[in-house]
Design a protein around this ligand. Structure first.
Ligand SMILES: Cc1cc2nc3c(=O)[nH]c(=O)nc-3n(C[C@H](O)[C@H](O)[C@H](O)COP(=O)(O)OP(=O)(O)OC[C@H]3O[C@@H](n4cnc5c(N)ncnc54)[C@H](O)[C@@H]3O)c2cc1C
Ligand code: FES
Ligand code: FES
Length: 1402
């Protein structure tokens, strides 16, 4: 049983200046200057006396002096086996900051600072003297205060293995199985897996999936990570190559899928190559720490900084005394709530009480009434105890335990559950707490205590007295909670509905308990408790009262629902929005409970109505199945040159370093001497004139160095792609997040605090926030693009039917795991500036920085080693930060660094454009389309940026893959007061195609035909011409379609879905097959060029540079493969160090999926030149080696450096004349998806997806399949999950993983098949390959339309047929609201315009 001890403290990311640190070897002599317990007690009391006047000691900047002159205790912990003695521990410093900044261990990454991404996962270990056991568990270093780590061992990714030393199998396997793309999430994933294996060397797949509930990856689509780690599990443990006739058991399954293809291969890695896991070889727990832990007696600890004091009392008495003396003190256990408050809500807690040493708060006691948990018991510990009780006790006693376990299944991720305390959840008193509803429904009692005694209080409707307030008095603490056994004839259920199933906060959460008079179905007692329906967890008392004395049956149900609809009301403007949905959920969840109880009563032989078989699926709890997958690609024949690895599934070249934490990202670059830190000052208004800026508060802040405002810009303040933005606002702000200025200070923490002290006065102007507001105000950027072909009027005349419709597609946040970061280093002479920045577009960064600094571009060098993801978000918006940082560096003539916090990054940098489409479509009785008139409106935001190009691509994809003779598409760019929206994988294509799929679905619905029939009927034929007059030659979409249908067994599946839907009323399945045709080229013709520079050194090693940047997509790996083939040498001789403006000038951004095509051709051309130069030496010495030829050429004074250049031929389109070639070629693909929708909650399960993708002749099938799966999962987020919420005033409300949900491990389709189309050679790109980065993203719309199909089946049950509008994403809210039924009728929406909504559709 894992019983992690507790943490406590508050959070603060940056390091204090001049750290005092001692890193000694494990055997270092213990230094203990701590006085004996009694003396310590006196000292802490004395200190506390000195702080009695805390609140009077707050200076103007909110700074505190907490500790007076008294010094802190020594904090002793071990990191990767080495002892750390910190004599100056800052209670606000997190472990993550300490590791990265003070110990120089940058392997552990910062992705969000709020416990929501897992990038910072490390393992904590502790020796427990009482049980004599070692505990190991994963935690989020971003929330763990260092002060909570006394006598802990911390293991980071660097501590378990390295490329240079020896890889740990966990590191090796994720890399070799292609589970690391950009690699920013990888160390965290490695550490989650490592922690699991330390506790359980032979886990089940379910354990692996549970271990990853708190980890996110934005690149891989998760499948390869699971595949890699399946090799450790009992289900998937590798046979070492002996298990099957054809080789290893781990050559990812699916034999039946591939049997038909002679040269088809599904082996992306060979598990037989993997080093075995040997648990005996693990890093040992430091012996010194073991003896320290054994010998230390409980004693109080005290750490303090200038603002905060951390007190860790030795016993309960001391704890109660301290709380008495400091009623405002925060009790901190897991810090998962307090840490968030400090970091994101600007809270300052001068005194922290950490009860980690107090046995009474960690005790678990079994009594006659139930189980009593000490308030500091962690959720993991509580779960383990309850599981054991469920196993051992009769079922009727453990109903509440089961309900709690059900809630814990979906409560955060394991890293949080390992440290978060049950008491923390109760006392936070969040209205959406998942446990409090169960505690209330169970009638739990809590013991509250102060130094004068204790009282026992029931958790009823009197316990929560207001938003985040309870009856606890300031001097009291929560000692424990008693969870009672359930009684005979008592039935309990708990429900949680959240946007994402895993690691998400609730929309509505509920627990229900009903007790019947013995032997009857007459209700004796009932408690219905809801979260998410008021400012506190509430009991539906009126409804519960109405149930008393009633028989459990249809009449009771009807009355309960009407009563709940009246009792569980919400103001239409309620925070959190989704008001109609939340109200409906209260009824739907009760209905589920009703059916569940009815079934149980019936099971007990009572005379109640039988639950119809078609209703039963409504009672089933979500059952997760481990996904299975197949990847199929065509194996390349063995090339004559053994070194030729083109076409082979070669591992990403940085994968191993990424898995060990050795790969260097921008913020991992060690601090420069004299370096300072910058924090941005941004607008809080969407549209306003700036009246005044007062920076005096910042100037008084500790560590302040200078402010930077528009006046400080030496060059031009005009910035952005179209130069219509400012580097720093000048008198006016046009969005929330508009950068007004910056503050530079000695540390990150000081810079942030100072930036917050800058006061800005505004005169507010009316903002335009939504597309509809922009349309009403005719607020558009010019030009308004039109793309037209054929005769629209004649087309509509010819049509038998005309239908009109509309659709809104929400925006999307890039959520690259690494946020924007820049380090600007002035070179000291000639105004030279060197920039290390996380950008897809070094050339633009160079040019805009030069412009802002007023210097020529040749003085600015931009260097990019790698990015932790980009997805288009780092194409143009990175210059927002790099220009400001450069201006500051220039002003100070010192290196300046800034890495945006996740919330800042989300606020400032924009995302995918929201689109609204209006369409009119004409078609014949035969289903053939004849006319289409569509208008697109995109929410461009406060500047042009790339919006025109995005809109053009939407227009170029407005018919998706369907032939329509007469078309007109118009594109309007709405000028609004949102942060400028920008490039995002697909670049408008997905929005254009989505609206196409909406109208084709409408056509099918109105004809009453299956949608696949209408799609296939209208699918382009080879040689047809697009609306922009491009002939579809080398066309493969029909082949993809046929293969997809056969691989997915579409017809059988369809029959099974229909049968399922006939048999189930409240769960419905849906199926959809969707094609995509994606044009490859930059639509701005001039960008279709690339350069490469190849140097051969005299030892034969090759340094390769090209204009593309590496953001995880494997571009560098592919380029090395290309160079290796052309030069005829092994990849190991070729190295790519970085992308830099000083090696390849004027490079186009790494975007438009075209980077392999363009840079690959440039690399090939450079290598060919070198080959030509080496040829004479090869002829002269045919038996010589590469090194011989190189040396010979060198001594012969041959230039061994070559520049390659490539431009895509025959491109150039003109909108005016609708002529000229837009795209070099098209990438094609088809996907078929099946889903299951819970019509009562709107939740859905992704049951299966089959993708067939034409990537030409793949350069690297592992990378290409990785791109297909990663893009698909990102599209899945776009179309089914990810929702940005903006207030009517244009304030972004979703600013982190807590509120913005990207797909997690659990969202992978249960069955996933990816097949790269075979025999798909073409002649347009390097070695007949095709672009793959963006095209597959749209295939995720098959999941959206499968959901729509399922909703149609649900609506049909209520007698509603025909087309209906479903906006994207198909969130649980939208799904539930669209499934009209008796419950939705009871909760009608308020009339729009009669209230001010919490969020608006932008
Ligand atoms: C990423 C993430 C995911 C989350 N997911 C969920 C979720 O799915 N469902 C959910 O309900 N919550 C969720 N939470 C909220 C949070 O994890 C829980 O509320 C947790 O139980 C808090 O425990 P803690 O020990 O970390 O609290 P802390 O942050 O240490 O303390 C929280 C509060 O409780 C008070 N407190 C703690 N112990 C005592 C005591 N003994 N006496 C008096 N006051 C006390 C503290 O003073 C403080 O105000 C999530 C949080 C994060 C960061
Ligand atoms: S950085 Fe810690 S969980 Fe995201
Ligand atoms: S590889 Fe996981 S976030 Fe990039």
């Amino acid at each position: 049983m894992v019983m992690p001890p507790q943490h406590s403290g508050t959070e603060s990311p940056p390091p204090p200046p001049l750290p005092i640190r001692q890193l000694t070897g494990g055997g270092g002599r213990r230094q203990n200057h701590t006085p004996p317990p009694d003396a310590r007690r006196r000292e802490s009391v004395k200190t506390l006396e000195g702080t009695e006047t805390f609140h009077n000691m707050r200076d103007l900047d909110g700074n505190m002096t907490t500790c007076g002159q008294s010094s802190s205790d020594e904090l002793v912990f071990f990191v990767n086996g080495k002892k750390v003695v910190e004599t100056n521990a800052d209670p606000e410093m997190t472990l993550l900051t300490y590791l990265r900044r003070k110990l120089g261990l940058p392997g552990t990454k910062l992705g969000c600072a709020e416990g929501g991404c897992g990038a910072c996962t490390v393992m904590l270990s502790k020796y427990q003297p009482d049980t004599q056991k070692l505990l190991h568990y994963a935690v989020n270093a971003c929330l763990a205060p260092i002060c909570s780590l006394h006598l802990f061992a911390v293991t980071t990714v660097e501590g378990i293995g390295s490329v240079a030393r020896q890889l740990h199998p966990v590191q090796e396997r994720i890399a070799k199985a292609h589970g690391s793309q950009c690699g920013f999430c990888t160390p965290g994933i490695v550490m989650s897996m490592y922690s699991l294996l330390r506790n359980n060397p032979t886990p089940k797949m379910a354990d692996v999936e549970e271990a990853f509930q708190g980890n996110l990856c934005r690149c891989t689509g998760y499948r390869p990570i699971l595949e890699a780690y399946k090799t450790f599990t009992v289900e998937g443990g590798c046979c070492g190559g002996k298990g099957r006739e054809n080789g290893c058991c781990m050559t990812n399954g699916g034999a039946e899928e591939k049997e038909a293809d002679v040269d088809a291969c599904s082996r992306l890695f060979n598990a037989a190559d993997f080093a075995p896991l040997d648990p005996t070889q693990e890093v040992i727990f430091p012996p010194e720490l073991m003896s320290l832990s054994k010998s230390q007696k409980p004693r109080s600890l005290h750490f303090c900084s200038d603002r905060t004091m951390w007190l860790q009392p030795a016993d309960l008495d001391e704890f109660l005394s301290l709380k008495w003396e400091h009623p405002d003190a925060r009790v901190v256990v897991g810090n998962t709530e307090v840490g968030i408050e400090v970091k994101f809500k600007n809270m300052l807690y001068p005194v922290i009480l950490a009860p980690a040493f107090i046995p009474e708060l960690h005790r678990v006691t079994h009594t006659d009434e139930g189980i009593v948990f000490g308030a500091a018991c962690t959720l993991t510990q509580m779960g383990d105890v309850l599981k054991q009780a469920v196993d051992e006790l009769p079922l009727d006693q453990t109903q509440f335990f089961l309900a709690i376990l059900e809630q814990l299944r979906w409560f955060a991720g394991q890293q949080i559950r390992n440290v978060a305390a049950v008491g923390g959840n109760i006392m936070t008193a969040s209205p959406i707490s998942d446990l409090n509803p169960v505690f209330m429904a169970a009638g739990c009692k809590v013991t509250l205590m102060d130094k004068d005694g204790s009282r026992v209080v029931p958790m009823d409707d009197g316990f929560f007295v207001g938003y985040r307030r309870t009856v606890l008095r300031p001097q009291e603490i929560l000692l424990s909670i008693q969870i009672p056994y359930s009684r005979k004839n008592q039935f309990v259920s708990a429900f949680k509905q959240s946007p994402r199933r895993e690691d998400d906060i609730s929309i509505v959460t509920a627990a229900m308990s009903v007790t019947f008079a013995p032997g009857t179905c007459v209700v004796e007692d009932a408690r219905l408790s809801y979260g998410g329906m008021a400012a506190t967890t509430v009991l539906a008392k009126n409804t519960a009262a109405k149930l008393l004395g009633r028989c459990w049956g249809e009449e009771l149900l009807a009355e309960a629902c009407s009563s709940l609809a009246e009792e569980m009301t919400l103001d239409p403007s309620a925070p959190g929005g989704m008001v109609t949905y939340r109200r409906t959920l209260t009824l739907s969840l009760f209905y589920k409970f009703y059916l569940t109880v009815l079934q149980k009563l019936r099971g007990q032989g009572l005379n109640v109505e039988e639950v119809r078989s078609d209703l039963l699926s409504a009672t089933e709890l979500y059952h997760h199945e481990t996904p299975s997958s197949v990847q199929i690609y065509q194996e390349v024949p063995q090339a004559p040159n053994q070194n030729d690895v083109v076409g082979h599934p070669m591992m990403h070249l940085s994968a191993l370093k990424q898995a060990t934490g050795e790969a260097v990202y921008c913020d991992d670059i060690p601090l420069f001497e004299n370096e300072v830190y910058l924090a941005l000052v941004t607008s809080s208004k969407a549209h306003a004139r700036i009246l005044s800026v007062d920076s005096s508060g910042a100037e008084r802040s500790p560590g302040f160095i200078c402010c930077v405002f528009a006046d400080d810009i030496p060059g031009s303040n005009a910035s952005g792609v179209k130069h219509d933005e400012t580097v720093l606002a000048d008198g006016r702000v046009t969005c929330v997040g508009h950068i007004v200025g910056a503050v530079v200070a000695d540390t990150q923490l000081h810079a942030r605090r100072a930036a917050k002290a800058v006061r800005i006065q505004y005169e507010e102007l009316q903002p335009i926030v939504t597309i509809q507001e922009a349309i009403a105000a005719q607020s558009f950027y010019q030009p308004i693009r039109t793309l037209q072909k054929g005769d629209l009027e004649a087309g509509f005349k010819q049509a038998d039917h005309i239908l009109e419709g509309e659709m809104h597609i929400g925006g999307q946040e890039h959520f690259y795991l690494e946020t924007n970061v820049t380090v600007a280093v002035p070179r000291g002479e000639d105004d030279e500036m060197e920039l290390f920045t996380s950008t897809q577009n070094p050339s633009e960064a160079q040019s805009l920085v030069a412009k802002a600094l007023g210097i020529p571009a040749n003085r600015v060098v931009v260097r990019v080693k790698r990015m932790g993801g980009g997805f288009g978000g780092k194409e143009s918006r990175t210059t927002l930060l790099s220009t400001v940082v450069s201006v500051a560096a220039r002003k100070l003539r010192r290196p300046v660094r800034c890495m945006l916090d996740r919330d800042e990054d989300m606020l400032i940098t924009g995302g995918r454009h929201p689109f609204y489409g209006k369409y009119k479509v004409g078609f014949l009785k035969s289903g053939k389309l004849v006319a289409l008139d569509v208008s697109f409106y995109s929410n461009a935001g406060n500047s042009h940026d790339l919006s025109l190009a995005v809109m053009e691509r939407a227009l170029f994809h407005m018919e998706n893959s369907y032939s329509v003779a007469n078309v007109r598409g118009r594109g309007f760019l709405c000028r609004t007061n949102l942060p400028s929206n920008t490039a995002f994988r697909g670049f408008g294509g997905p929005q254009g195609m989505m609206i196409a799929e909406s109208w084709i679905d409408d056509v099918a619905q109105s004809l009453g035909w299956p949608a696949d029939k209408v799609r296939r009927l209208n699918l382009y034929q080879r040689g047809e011409v697009t609306p922009f007059n491009q002939v579809l030659d080398q066309y493969t979409l029909d082949l993809c379609w046929d293969e997809c249908l056969s691989r997915s067994r579409y017809q059988q599946r369809k029959a099974a879905v229909e049968l399922y839907n006939r048999q189930n009323r409240w769960t419905k399945r849906g199926l959809a097959v969707v094609p995509t045709k994606f044009g490859i080229s930059f639509t701005a013709t001039f960008l279709n060029q690339a350069g490469a520079l190849v140097h051969i050194y005299t030892d034969g090693s090759v340094l390769l540079t090209h204009g593309g940047t590496e953001m995880g997509q494997g571009l560098h790996t592919k380029m090395v493969q290309v160079a290796s083939r052309v030069l005829g040498i092994p990849c190991s001789k070729i190295h790519i160090s970085e992308t830099s403006t000083q090696t390849v000038p004027n490079a186009s951004p790494t975007a438009a999926s075209a980077s392999s095509d363009l840079n690959g051709a440039a690399v090939r051309n450079a290598c060919r030149l070198l080959n030509e130069r080496l040829e004479p030496y090869k002829i002269k010495n045919p038996k010589g080696s590469w090194e011989d030829w190189v040396k010979a050429a060198y001594f012969d004074r041959v230039n061994l450096s070559a520049n390659g250049f490539y431009k895509t031929p025959e491109l150039g389109y003109d909108f005016e004349t609708n002529s000229g070639r837009v795209f070099n070629y098209f990438s094609y693909g088809v996907a078929c998806s099946e889903v299951e929708v819970d019509c009562l909650t709107g939740a859905h399960k992704n049951l299966s997806t089959t993708i067939v993708m034409d990537v030409g002749v793949s350069l690297n099938p592992a990378i290409d399949i990785g791109q297909v799966e990663g893009a698909f999962m990102q599209g899945l987020g776009l179309f089914t999950l990810e929702e940005l919420h903006y207030s009517p005033q244009g304030v972004l409300l979703t600013r982190g993983p807590g509120s913005y949900k990207i797909p997690a491990f659990g969202d992978i389709p249960t069955q996933l098949t990816v097949s790269l189309l075979r025999d798909a050679a073409h002649d347009k790109a390097i070695f007949a390959s095709k672009a793959v980065g963006e095209p597959p993203l749209f295939l995720a719309s098959s999941v959206f339309f499968a959901i729509k199909d399922a909703i149609s089946a649900a609506r049909a049950e209520s007698g509603i047929t025909g087309p209906f509008r479903l906006d994207s994403p198909a969130s649980a809210e939208r799904i539930r609201n669209a499934c009209k039924d008796r419950f939705t009728k009871l909760c009608p929406p308020s009339d729009p315009g009669t209230f001010r909504p919490w969020s608006v559709q932008v």
